[in-house]
Every structure is written in C-alpha cells, then in structure tokens.
Design a protein around this ligand. Structure first.
Ligand SMILES: Cc1cc2nc3c(=O)[nH]c(=O)nc-3n(C[C@H](O)[C@H](O)[C@H](O)COP(=O)(O)OP(=O)(O)OC[C@H]3O[C@@H](n4cnc5c(N)ncnc54)[C@H](O)[C@@H]3O)c2cc1C
Length: 476
C-alpha cells in the first residue's frame, strides 16, 4: 500500500513508478521525477501527480582508476556498493551521509553533506562530470567547464533538471575505511561551542549528539564524536541491518518516558567510552543502518525532520533557542545532531549548507501541533539569517523557501518542463509581492550563484556520446 516511500513516511499511498529507460517520453501534461532510494525525509522525492522513474537498475560501476581515484558509476548505484568496491584500494568517498543506502544520483541531486563538511564541503565538489538525460531525449555532459549552468543547477537541484545517468567522482585517499573515534562529553552547549574550534583542525570528522530532552543544569549536554581514518588491514562489513522493526506501532514509541530513558542511557554509555578506539565505517558513519525500518518507531503518521543551518555569529544564541522552542511545544526530538559547516563553496547554487552550525531534530508527526512547532523553528532560523533543509522537509511554505533560497528561480528556469516534484509544486508557488520584494535575510549566501544566465540555448547536447564522455579522463 505504501510503495516508493520517503523516509518520513508522512503520506502513505501507492505511487505510480516506472523503471527509467532513456527512451521514455512523458506524455504531456504528465510529469515524472527521478527516484533514488527514498532516503529523503519529505516530499522532494515524490511526484504524486505524476510518475516516479526509479533508478535502482542503473547500479553499475563503469570505470575506476586506482592511480587517480576517479570513479564513474550509474546514477542508481547505492553508495554502499561503491564503498564495498573501493574498500581495498586506499580510496574513500570524500563525503558520506548518515546512511549508506542513498544512491549516487540522490547524493548529487541533494548535494549531500557529511561529518566533514568543514574540511571537504559537499558531495557536489567531487563530481568531475555527469551525464544528464532530459525529457526531450537529449543527453548532456555537464561539468564546471561544459554546460556549466546545467551542472550548477543539477548539483542540489533535487532531480528537477533531468535524470543523472552517470557521474564521475574524485575519491579521497585514506589509510583505510576504518576510523579512530573519540568521544568527548560536554555538559552544556556553551561548552560544546568552546571545544569545537580546537577539535576541528586536527580531526577529519566531527559531529555532536545532543540530549535534547534534558532540562535544567543538563540542558544541551551531549557527546562530541570525532574521528580520523587510520591504517587497518581488516575489510569493512558494509553489511545489511542486523535488526529490523517488523511493524509500525499504533503510536510513536520515541517520545515521553522511552525517549528520556534512551537519551540518558546513550549519554551514560558514551560518557564511559572516552578513550580513542578503532571503529568500523558502518558503526562510525552509518550507525542507524544497523536497524532496518527504524523510522516505523515514529508511528503510523510518520516523522518530520527539521534541519536548519544558523550562521556562526548567531549560533550560540539561536541553537539553544531552537531546542528550548521544542521543549515549549512539548515535543522532544528523538535524534538530535549538531555539526559545523565550513566555508567551502558548492558548485551547485541550490546547495543547502552555508557556514555555521546545523541542527537536526526529528519529531513524530502529531499533526497541527507539530506543524506549528516546525513553522516556529523556520521563523527563528530565517530571522537568524539561516535556512531550512529542503530535502528533509515535507511542509515548508513557499514564502520560507523563497526567502532562504533566493536563487530558486534560476533552478525553475533550468527545470526540465516534464519533471516536477510535490515539494517544488508547493514551494515555487507565487508569494505576496511584499515578501518577494523584501531582501532575503541571508545577505551573504556562500554558495556560488550560477555563473551565467540560464538560457536553454546554451546547453550543448552530447546525445549518443555518453557514457564514453563521462568516463573519459583518467579511467581504464
Ligand atoms: C538515516 C539518514 C541519515 C541521513 N544523513 C544525511 C546526512 O548526514 N547528510 C545529508 O546531506 N543527508 C542525509 N540524509 C538524507 C539523504 O542523504 C538524502 O536525502 C539523499 O539524497 C537520499 O538519496 P536517495 O538515493 O535515497 O534519493 P531520493 O531520496 O530517492 O531522491 C532524492 C532526490 O534526488 C533526486 N534523484 C534521485 N536519483 C536521481 C538521478 N539519478 N538523477 C537525478 N535526480 C535524482 C530525486 O528526484 C530527489 O529529488 C540522511 C537520510 C537518512 C534516512
């Protein structure tokens, strides 16, 4: 009954899907949307008025050069398969998200970030070139030098510019896929912010887990988890989940007392584990993947994730305010994560990160009450000059989106006319002129705007030349 879901499981329904083939031609006015593995939380990977074109069968590696670390693969390959393939080669993906079950196309389309944004920026920075299919049947090789407007729109363009058939990625040299992990408890958010600067310079990865339900003197306590790749002869697992949540409970079980107990127990366990220790990549990067379908724990109405980024100067004040706001609304976040974003520019002009701190909160969907809370979190974020993450979202208003992403019309200009998503339908609606005329509160967006205009005539077709063009440099 619920096929092609997104991770938030907010809207359960049977969706029309079709395995993508380059010769499909969407019948007007029907629209399509590429679908990777549905690890987006909200409606950016859905098109309920049209068809989802699934990419799972395009899961191949076309070329890999162990000398240069250049890898070319199909848009539907899960990053788990890439990691397995390269694990003995001394190379690693320079950016991985919190789950290994995302596809290469999804990682590019959302320009994902990892625990090392400060060091490496987003995934899109490592895309050397990609081959994009458009619904008129043309294919385009896109890179920083070829069809660059389309390249800049596709990285972080949420699937709206076309279907990524292949991409060539520059991998990162590492001693092994294993990591030496360090856990450092902090008693409050000020202590976290104080510690951050020292750790960031020497550690590749850094992320903090926050006990979001503690109040009083324990408010904002948490664990900073940092790590560096180290030599290790063993192969990593990149295994299947060891547990599974078989059924959706009738009510969320990640709130109230269970939530408090979980947070307290997790804090205690990590607090006792402060010696640097060797950790496999599954446990360091993808701990949530150990339990299949953990999103079912949020109950039949699903979950909302709210991820925002707050510019550095405002963060010390605003991050606690966001946490307090969730307390005031009586809704605790089950998994609360805080990370610092660096200043690396993405090639994509719609990329979410900007320099600052990013806070991620997960809430069981309790209808209007949760939506009110999320709207309030949006307002606090916007007032602080920040933005809410579109690919974690399933309800943001057009006004909120357009204020935070002033370049959205450039994406609209390059959107494939036959591609549409539920998210885009909602957030690209006209909003009151007064609001549009107001300068966006983010006065210094760090993501590069598109370098040139957005006329479709500038696109250079490479029909019939892919994939050879994508795999041309340094590949064997
Ligand atoms: C447990 C968990 C942890 C996560 N941690 C992080 C994190 O640390 N950092 C982060 O940035 N994100 C994170 N995410 C979000 C996730 O990484 C992104 O939403 C990712 O893009 C999902 O990829 P997917 O393959 O499942 O794509 P989908 O969710 O199916 O689609 C994502 C978007 O990509 C488009 N798309 C998919 N395939 C193609 C293609 N071949 N061509 C063109 N467009 C395509 C779709 O149209 C859609 O707009 C996390 C998600 C989960 C569930």
């Amino acid at each position: 009954m619920n096929n092609a879901p997104s991770w938030g499981r907010l809207k359960r329904k049977r969706r029309t899907t079709l395995p993508f083939e380059p010769d499909i031609r969407p019948a007007s006015p029907q629209s399509i949307l590429p679908y990777g593995n549905g690890r987006s939380y909200g409606d950016s990977c859905h098109n309920d008025a049209g068809t989802l074109v699934t990419m799972g069968h395009r899961n191949f590696i076309l070329a890999f050069d162990p000398e240069t670390g250049l890898l070319t693969a199909g848009g539907g390959i899960p990053i788990r398969d890439i990691l397995k393939y390269i694990q003995r080669t001394g190379w690693f993906l320079p950016v991985v998200p919190g789950t290994k079950f995302v596809t290469l196309g999804g990682a590019i389309a959302n320009d994902i970030h990892g625990k090392n944004h400060e060091k490496r920026g987003t995934f899109g920075r490592y895309v050397q070139n990609l081959v994009l299919w458009r619904s008129d049947g043309e294919q385009f090789t896109c890179s920083n030098s070829e069809n660059k407007n389309l390249f800049a729109a596709t990285i972080g363009g949420m699937g709206l510019t076309g279907v990524i058939l292949y991409a060539q990625i520059q991998l990162m040299k590492v001693p092994s896929h294993f990591v030496e992990e360090r856990n450092t408890p902090f008693s409050c958010l000020d202590a976290y912010f104080d510690q951050e600067d020292d750790w960031e310079d020497e550690q590749e990865y850094s992320v903090a887990w926050i006990d979001s339900v503690s109040t009083g003197r324990a408010f904002g306590r948490g664990i900073s988890i940092t790590g560096n790749h180290v030599e290790h002869a063993k192969m990593a697992d990149y295994g299947d989940p060891s547990l599974s949540i078989p059924l959706t409970p009738p009510i969320p079980v990640v709130s109230g007392l269970p939530l408090r107990l979980f947070n307290a127990a997790y804090f205690r366990r990590k607090q006792q584990d402060v010696e640097p220790h060797l950790t496999g990549p599954d446990s360091f990067f993808f701990p949530l993947d150990a339990v299949a379908n953990w999103n079912r724990l949020y109950g039949p109405k699903g979950l909302f994730q709210h991820q925002c980024v707050i510019p550095l100067p405002a963060a010390r004040e605003v991050i606690p305010e966001l946490l307090k706001t969730s307390h005031d609304f009586g809704q605790g976040s089950f998994l609360t994560v805080l990370k610092r974003f660096g200043a690396h520019c993405s090639p994509g002009f719609m990329s979410f990160p900007q320099p600052g701190y990013t806070l991620t909160l997960d809430f069981a969907n309790r209808g209007a009450a949760t939506r009110q809370l999320l709207n309030r979190l949006d307002d606090i974020t916007l007032d602080a000059g920040g933005r809410t993450n579109p690919y974690k979202d399933g309800r943001m208003s057009a006004r909120t989106f357009q204020r935070a992403f002033p370049d959205w019309q450039k994406l609209e200009a390059l959107r494939d006319p036959s591609i549409q998503s539920d998210f885009w339908r909602r957030v690209s609606q006209p909003v009151a002129t007064r609001v549009m005329a107001t300068p966006p509160s983010i006065s210094t967006p760090v993501n590069q705007p598109a370098q040139q205009g957005v006329q479709k005539t500038q696109l250079q077709s490479v029909r019939d030349k892919a994939p050879a063009r994508a795999a041309n440099s340094g590949t064997r």
